[in-house]
Design a protein around this ligand. Structure first.
Ligand code: FE
Length: 293
């Protein structure tokens, strides 16, 4: 299977209004709302990169993965069926996602994925409502998603052997294993961590400059957004980033300076530290109170 990039993330959210101000005023993306109340967050010249639908509970609806064209999509569907994974073809869903064609399936870990090709470009210039200079997308795709799974080894086999992701590196932090996978030059577009799954742990978006990260951190603080991890620099992908809580509970990593790797020279390693510096977890309010008393 020849997946080229993470194309989009579709989310079901209880509070789409909160997402609208979070997406626009904190993340710095352009916001648009459809007639059916779906929030579209734009980061480049595609109509959206994050699609947020009103829902009764907060959830990852799907990660959308881009393939090179119709033949690649057909081949991917056949490979999924050969692996015993049922695929759903849904022209209405493709129109809704503003792509030419897509197939949806549930991975063995329970995560819903969509494979698509032919994304619509509407060429509206990206002008951030808060002055973010721009997001790093293009051939590197939107960013990355990190999924929690109860069965890491089984999930890893599926994403590598069936979906064709390539191993970037592995990490064990506090006894929890994480596997980092790539499908283009971005160090990882997908990571799998041991935990109660299926669940989206966080997604990452990358901006053009270190100042874009700093301004976003200020905006998050000013808007009362909970910072889950302070500014820091990751070891494996070199990303300088912070983590904030989204209105749906999972985190967003907001970063700059991610490593671009070349399969011709890259070798996977075992990373023993997640960050060179930073990425500290602020104490929870209750802990703060206890410490203060
Ligand atoms: Fe990350």
């Amino acid at each position: 299977m020849d997946i080229r990039a993470l194309g989009y993330i579709a989310i079901g959210a209880v509070d789409v209004g909160a997402w609208s101000s979070f997406g626009g005023q904190v993340l710095g993306m352009m916001t648009d709302t459809t007639e059916s109340g779906v929030l579209l967050l734009r980061a480049d010249e595609r109509p959206y990169r994050l699609r947020i639908r009103p829902a009764a509970e907060d959830r990852l609806d799907a990660a959308g993965w881009e393939v090179a064209g119709s033949a690649a999509l057909e081949q991917a569907a056949q490979e999924l069926e050969k692996a015993g994974v049922g695929v759903h073809r849904d022209p209405a869903r493709a129109r809704e996602r503003r792509v030419t064609d897509l197939v949806a399936f549930d991975a063995p870990d329970g995560t819903r994925h969509e494979l698509f090709w032919g994304a619509e470009l509407d060429h509206v210039p990206f002008i951030s409502p808060v002055g973010t200079s721009g997001f790093v997308t293009g051939p590197l795709g939107l960013g990355h998603v990190v999924l929690a799974t109860d069965a890491l080894d089984e999930a890893r086999r599926f994403y590598v052997d069936v979906m064709g992701f390539r191993l970037s590196d592995t990490m064990t932090l506090g006894g929890t294993r994480v596997v980092f996978l790539h499908c283009n030059g971005r160090h990882h577009s997908l990571a799998l961590g041991e935990g109660r799954g299926p669940a989206l742990s966080h997604f990452m978006v990358e901006v053009n400059s270190v100042d874009d990260v700093g301004y976003a951190l200020d905006r998050a603080v000013d808007h009362g957004v909970r910072i889950r991890q302070s500014l820091g620099r990751h070891t494996n992908d070199g990303m300088l980033s912070f983590y904030a809580a989204t209105p749906s509970g999972f985190s967003v990593e907001y970063g700059w300076g991610g490593r671009v790797i070349d399969d011709a020279t890259w070798v996977p390693t075992e990373t023993s530290r997640g960050s060179y510096w930073g990425h500290r977890r602020p104490p929870r309010p209750a802990e703060t109170a206890r410490q203060g008393s």
